[in-house]
Ligand binder design. Structure first.
Ligand SMILES: [Zn+2]
Length: 354
């Protein structure tokens, strides 16, 4: 199996403040871990160099006014897009390089250069709307990559599974009326976490009605809960949708060590999620799958190990030994999510069979 790995040292240049949770060490510690495990020396791992997304690629998703606002704020050297989303001199170019990273991964998999790809980039994108951004996000990397894929290749239907702990409000809004992208999201219940959206009744609109699936899970939901959601909701819908391509918005902030969320997934839980995603890609989409890092802030906790778990599973490694450091105690409590599953199935049964 060959995996394309998109990474560039310039992803470290964008900064908020030195103590902001979304900082460069997220990528540096992950690269150290991948190096230590020998992944970077594996000939099955093809390093893919990104280029900045072009104006044409950006304009397929974002408004000209918003792009100009980002560019000029970054050119001025400092600013704030929202209370926790800072702009520095490097933000504009780094954000374009992150979006271009997803584009590069899409190209690699669509042309058969690599079988799958993982994008290790920052800043993330799923809180970026067509004309605004917040939640540490500026450009919607995923949407830019998906629109590129649809414009340049014979790819009609894309299954976008966003497992980040936060609801991807920007991504949902961009594809809300579009049946060519099925957005399935698991996230910590918006009543308990930023950005507060992601209600299970939000099912898409117009031609996109029925193509937006929100599964808000309660705090502390762990490996078993996620597996239940995948098996009871995601897999039946994915099978009926029959995508041409699978994209994972790989937010690693479901890990139980994450400092800004309250979920309970372990490194082995990520292995399980990826195995299910790979199965869906192999069974339905000819194996075409790209995963892109979204959140994940347990820099000295679980993040390097969850990234390792995702990449190693995509490579088909024996992943049984992948664990977070032993000093962290995995959660012993798992909330009952059967009422959440039943509720989502009831709402989505207008469009899908369970
Ligand atoms: Zn997140």
């Amino acid at each position: 199996m060959t995996l394309g790995l998109v990474y560039d040292e310039e992803y470290l240049l964008h900064e908020h403040t030195p103590t902001h949770p979304e900082r460069k060490e997220r990528l540096q510690y992950t690269m150290d871990q991948l190096r230590e495990e020998g992944l970077l020396d594996d000939p099955s791992v093809a390093r893919l160099a990104p280029e900045m997304a072009s104006n044409e690629q950006l304009s397929r998703v974002h408004t000209d006014d918003y792009l100009e606002r980002l560019r000029s704020m970054s050119a001025s050297g400092a600013g704030m897009l929202s209370v926790d989303t800072h702009i520095s001199a490097h933000t504009w170019n780094t954000a374009k390089l992150a979006a271009g990273g997803v584009v590069r991964a899409m190209d690699a998999v669509a042309t058969g250069e690599t079988e799958s790809a993982f994008v290790l980039a920052r800043p993330g994108g799923h809180h970026a709307f067509a004309g605004d951004g917040h939640g540490f996000c500026y450009l919607n990397n995923t949407a830019i990559g998906i629109r590129h894929l649809q414009a340049e290749y014979d790819v009609e239907r894309i299954l976008l599974w966003d497992w980040d702990a936060h609801h991807g409000d920007g991504t949902e809004s961009i594809f809300y009326d579009d049946p060519s992208v099925l957005v399935m999201s698991t996230h910590q219940d918006g009543r308990t976490l930023f950005p507060g959206t992601g209600d299970s009744r939000d099912v898409g609109e117009l031609a996109g009605e029925g193509y937006n699936v929100n599964v808000p899970v309660p705090p502390k939901t762990s490996d078993d809960g996620y597996r239940t959601v995948v098996e009871e909701i995601f897999e039946p819908i994915a099978e009926q949708y029959d995508p041409d391509f699978v994209f994972i918005e790989a937010g690693q902030d479901n890990h139980f060590t994450d400092p800004i969320t309250d979920l309970g997934v372990t490194a082995q839980g990520y292995v399980d999620l990826v195995e299910h995603a790979m199965d869906a890609a192999n069974d339905l989409a000819g194996g075409d799958i790209v995963a892109s890092l979204a959140g994940g802030y347990g820099i000295e906790g679980g993040l390097p190990y969850t990234n390792l778990a995702v990449i190693a599973t995509m490579l088909g490694y024996d992943t049984a030994g992948i664990r977070e450091p032993a000093i962290y105690e995995p959660p012993s409590y798992e909330p009952d999510i059967s009422d959440v599953v039943e509720r989502v199935q009831r709402i989505q049964s207008a469009y899908w069979t369970f």
